[in-house]
Write a protein that binds this ligand. Sequence first.
Ligand code: SF4
Ligand code: SF4
Length: 453
Amino acid sequence: MHDYGSGKKNSAGGLMTRIPGIIVVEPSAEQSKYRAAEVFARKQPKQLKLSNDIESVKEHLREVRHEARDDNAKLLERLKNTLAGFGVNVRIAADGKEAASAIRQIAGDTRLASINKSNIVVNEIRPDLKSQGFETYIRYFTEFSKNFEPEVFKKELEDYWSLAGMHDRGLMESFAVRKKFSSLPKGDIRDYVVILGVNAISAENGDVFFLQHMSNISHDLEQARKVILVVGIEKVAKDSDTALFHTRSMGIFGLESILLDLKPNDLERFDFDGLPVLADQPERSIDVIILDNGRSKLLNGIYEDLFLCIDCRNCARQCPIGLHVFFERGLVYSPKNYLLGFLQGFLPPVDACLHCGRCHVECPVEIDIPTLIWKAQLEHYEHHKRSLKKRMLDDPEMLAKMGTLTAPLSNWMVHIPIVQYMTELFTGVHRNSHLPTFHRETFRDWFKGGKRG
Ligand code: SF4
Ligand code: SF4
């Protein structure tokens, strides 16, 4: 663990912290004209030229993400200096364990934490926080109605996300800057810490960006006794404009996937607003933890494209297997998160992947996740015996042939609970997975038969 720029003391001996800007980006109200799904189904008015707009956003995104990946070491150095200049405490943690023990030091006697729903906090640090005795809650879930009924929850979500009126000012403005904090707001402080995985950060001036879906982040910044920001090393952008573009792109490409694993979850419920307001209203400071957790080893190797990821989770939208594999572990799911978790050593190999390629097609920065998963599996099985499940899944062609030959019977059978159970038992493909539909006529037959066009 390395410390940089420990907070300067003021004349009274307290911490004197200037903070970098904290910028919260949200969908703009104007979007309520159209629903997200409609926009992505290309049902918006033609004059918006959405598809052109999307292609240009992707192109620019690829450009800035390649630049961020290639300059990562330089950007990281610059960020450390920038943050040290603010007097913000900065720690570099090699892994989740180091991050959690740093958080314990920062938190003092408090063992109650609000966390945001980010891969880095939920998947990588939360288990170690639990070992350190923390109670952690994803406050996002607590922002919904008090009664938490599944139907009410669904309606509130849908109402909130009745958006994406990608209006004529263009896609980017669909996610507006809602709040900018240049100091931590005073008053109504309660005895808990907030641990936030940041979506992007500017190396040039330290501005920190969050994509907010409800009001959880703003509330935590106002109420928590300590604010702890966790930065994955791939989240560093060269300047504020680039970091804002990164964050907005997350919103644009993540619109639908955000809803994937959101279900009322009583275990996450905690009434932070109901905590007593601290009488002494302590002076607050911000701590930043820069987390590596195996990332730097991936740079300059076959997995370096994972650095291009903006964590939009669009790759999760069409993946037939992953939601269940992750959801039941309480993790934030995406095929990329799964692969990263495996490379970081806390998840088993991604045997259940069907190599269908859907995640690659959906990725705005074109990360070839299926090929990377293949490579990870190959490396792993050089040193480990392949299970029967694995041998079956390694022959998707054979599985596809069986499904095609027996269609439509095979399509009917995959919906029978006992068949779903057996499939899960023998192949590891979860019983609730949405498997592709088989057709008797293959694409080759169709092409040869001249029925095209
Ligand atoms: S290739 Fe694998 S990870 Fe990607 S969508 Fe298909 S099953 Fe999911
Ligand atoms: S890998 Fe997935 S989460 Fe990452 S940028 Fe691509 S679609 Fe988004």
